[in-house]
Design a protein around this ligand. Structure first.
Ligand SMILES: Nc1ncnc2c1ncn2[C@@H]1O[C@H](COP(=O)(O)OP(=O)(O)O)[C@@H](O)[C@H]1O
Ligand SMILES: [Mg+2]
Length: 347
């Protein structure tokens, strides 16, 4: 599979009068052509900062201080203004949570499509623009006669679909969606995601999908990355990540939301609260909340480690690599022995 976007060691700081806060720290991942990658994690862990950085839409006080973003082999971070303009709609386009409120209330939808097409020299006249815009509305199941309506004449779900149609206007290779349906009710949310999935199959674009709804993410994504306090702590296929988490934080997230399949399980939250980025402890950032914590975790910061061809984890120990290993299978110890097993491995 061909990589579409390759993010290597991305670091993003917010530089304020109070100091410099590293909101995204050494994050690496890639998205293949036609793939949907999800990014999950508690509020404030850096998901939106990653999304805006990929589009180079980050604004001061955000500053990309290290790393590389390669899109189809092109270096996004060194693109000049003209290249960037083309990258932003033809290469990658973005739909964010409140995007539906960013439509200009004083202009018809038709005018707003025209604005995009004209700016990018996609059409030679208004008639052509109208035709193209109607096609795009049809793609997202909005009747083409609604093209001449104003944003307030649409429901929230329809407005968000209009925004998605606009994001697809220049046939981008990557669609970045940051909580695209969070403001909508669950039924509309599902309809929209189903539509996006259909369109992805039809046009073959890739998606970076951000949501706090893990069950939706598992259903919708091919792979999922889990972020914690600016770090990407685990990356795995969505079918495996919650069943066989390798990072204790992923396990905690999995235990804190109900599943629709399998046995009824008690839901447990993750004790403690997210880290204060102004006050990062030595060692692993998750250590203060981790139930498997060892001395090593408080002293040495773990690095991302590849455990299988499509699995990475940033933890000194790997819950399921360990559980699955032949050695532990032979020992056949019950789960509560984890901590002792982990200590054995460390020694
Ligand atoms: N405008 C800003 N000024 C200073 N710090 C910010 C700003 N926006 C975000 N941050 C910092 O970046 C962190 C990550 O924010 P964000 O990427 O929005 O997280 P998420 O999308 O996961 O909720 C926040 O916890 C905050 O510390
Ligand atoms: Mg966000």
């Amino acid at each position: 599979m061909k990589k579409l976007i390759d993010v290597k060691g991305l670091c993003v700081d917010y530089v304020t009068f109070d100091g410099r806060v590293r909101a995204v720290d050494d994050v690496s991942f890639h998205i293949n052509q036609g793939e949907i990658l999800g990014l999950a994690g508690e509020s404030g862990c850096g998901k939106s900062t990653v999304a805006f950085s990929l589009m180079r839409l980050h604004r001061p006080p955000a500053l990309i201080s290290e790393g590389q973003i390669l899109f189809d082999g092109q270096d996004v971070l060194t693109m000049e203004e003209e290249e960037l303009r083309s990258y932003r709609w033809k290469g990658a386009s973005m739909v964010f949570q409140s995007a539906m409120n960013c439509l200009n209330p004083l202009k018809t939808i038709e005018y707003q499509f025209w604005d995009i097409f004209e700016a990018h020299d996609i059409v030679s006249n208004r008639e052509e623009s109208i035709e193209k815009a109607k096609e795009l509305l049809n793609i997202v199941d909005i009747p083409s006669e609604r093209l001449f309506d104003y944003p307030h004449q649409f429901s929230g779900g329809m407005r968000q679909r209009v925004v998605i149609a606009m994001a697809l206007a220049l046939n981008p290779k990557l669609l970045v969606m940051d909580e695209p349906t969070t403001a909508l009710d669950v039924v509309v949310q599902r309809e929209i995601l189903q539509k996006i999935h259909e369109l992805k199959e039809r046009f073959g674009f890739s998606i970076l999908f951000i949501t706090h709804d893990l069950s939706l993410m598992v259903e919708f994504c091919d792979r999922i990355g889990i972020m914690y306090s600016g770090k990407l702590v685990e990356l795995a296929p969505s079918k495996e990540i919650l069943q066989k988490p390798n990072h204790p934080y992923t396990q905690g997230l999995g235990n804190s939301f109900p599943t629709l399949i399998g046995e009824l399980q008690e839901m447990k939250g993750i004790p403690g609260s997210p880290l204060d980025l102004n006050n990062i402890p030595q060692g692993c950032r998750f250590a203060p909340r981790c139930s498997y914590v060892q001395d090593k975790c408080r002293q040495i910061e773990p690095q991302a480690e590849q455990l299988a061809s499509n699995r990475w984890s940033t933890c000194h120990f790997h819950l399921n690599a360990l559980v699955n290993s032949e050695e532990s299978a032979q020992r056949n110890k019950p789960e509560p022995e984890y901590v002792i097993q982990l200590a054995d491995v460390e020694g």
